[in-house]
Design a protein around this ligand. Structure first.
Ligand SMILES: Nc1ncnc2c1ncn2[C@@H]1O[C@H](COP(=O)(O)OP(=O)(O)OP(=O)(O)O)[C@@H](O)[C@H]1O
Length: 301
């Protein structure tokens, strides 16, 4: 089934991601505290919050690369970590995962062969590789060794890898860090094009508040909790502030003035009724592989 924009229809409910009571522990601490949120399909949702608030952990959980998870997390209508989701999600981590001793094209060809093995897919793979390189504006560097690229160019190779399988959901962990303003603008143009033309659902994290204005919707996070879930306009109006940054600070102050919930249940030992009552319980030790090759070993941390 297809939606209006030509992308895949994700769920009868029209929700790409649904989290209820989502809790994650890392080390000896709970780092995500009973999160409730949704991500709409075919839109760009920004995950914003200060360093260490849990953005990467949430993204790892979405792609099934995080252990010690309780609660409900449905992604494209299936429990996070399901094997069936692997080819439907593109995940770009903060550290570009490319082979320095291969050219841009060879890097892409390698990952394309993993996604669609077999001689009969050769022509299709070639077309996918050429399109993905053009998507990230690296056509003029097709035959350059990845090791000779700048940091920003290497991140774009990682993004091209994630775009290879035409994913329905793209999960991007701080993709614009360290990029100059022109490249940042070009990347945001690409994200909007992917959402509008291919119906791709994009979840993109950032700790730069001015990037919030470029998103259709925002999830504002702090200390492993969702402070707000709204459009940029909605946030400004609701807090009567002139910018998303000011709205964020307003919400931080508001939250600080409220008493905190007492419980931080350790995953595996749910204490709240909500945690017992999941529509799709997710497997806390699932170690499915994101497109950038997150491993079972990583899933245990
Ligand atoms: N391997 C780990 N073991 C234990 N705790 C961890 C581990 N990795 C991260 N944490 C903790 O989990 C919390 C959330 O970290 P996370 O990387 O998800 O935050 P973030 O918002 O993505 O930060 P940044 O923007 O700096 O990448 C932090 O308090 C961090 O110290």
């Amino acid at each position: 089934m297809m939606n209006k924009s030509g992308g895949a229809f994700v769920d009868a409910s029209g929700i790409a991601v649904l989290a209820r009571g989502l809790t994650v522990a890392r080390g000896d601490r709970t780092v995500l505290h009973s999160l409730d949120f949704t991500v709409p399909p075919g839109r760009i949702t920004g995950l914003l919050g200060p360093s260490g608030c849990g953005k990467s952990t949430l993204m790892r959980t979405l792609v099934g690369a995080q252990a010690r998870v309780t609660g409900t997390l449905d992604v494209l209508g299936r429990p996070a970590g399901s094997a069936a989701l692997r080819s439907r999600i593109g995940y770009v981590t903060q550290a570009p995962s490319v082979y320095d001793d291969l050219t841009v094209r060879r890097n892409l060809e390698y990952f394309a062969a993993v996604l669609r093995p077999g001689r009969r897919h050769r022509a299709g793979r070639r077309a996918d590789v050429t399109r993905a390189i053009a998507d990230v504006d690296l056509t003029s560097h097709t035959d350059t060794l990845a090791g000779r690229l700048s940091g920003g160019q290497r991140s774009r190779v990682s993004l091209a890898v994630a775009l290879l399988g035409t994913p329905e959901l793209l999960v991007l962990d701080e993709p614009t860090v360290g990029l100059d303003p022109v490249l940042r603008r070009d990347l945001w143009t690409l994200f909007h094009r992917l959402a509008a033309e291919r119906g791709t659902t994009i979840l993109v994290s950032s700790h730069v508040m001015d990037e919030a204005e470029r998103c259709h919707r925002l999830l504002l996070m702090r200390d492993g909790r969702i402070l707000a879930e709204d459009t940029p306009d909605g946030l400004r109006e609701r807090t009567r502030t002139p910018s998303v940054e000011a709205a964020f600070l307003h919400l931080v102050d508001e939250a600080a003035a409220r008493p905190r919930p007492v419980s931080t249940a350790v995953p595996g030992h749910p204490r709240t009724p909500q945690q017992h009552h999941s529509r799709h319980r997710i497997n806390g030790n699932t170690g499915s592989t994101g497109i950038n090759g997150s491993t079972d070993q990583e899933a245990t941390r």
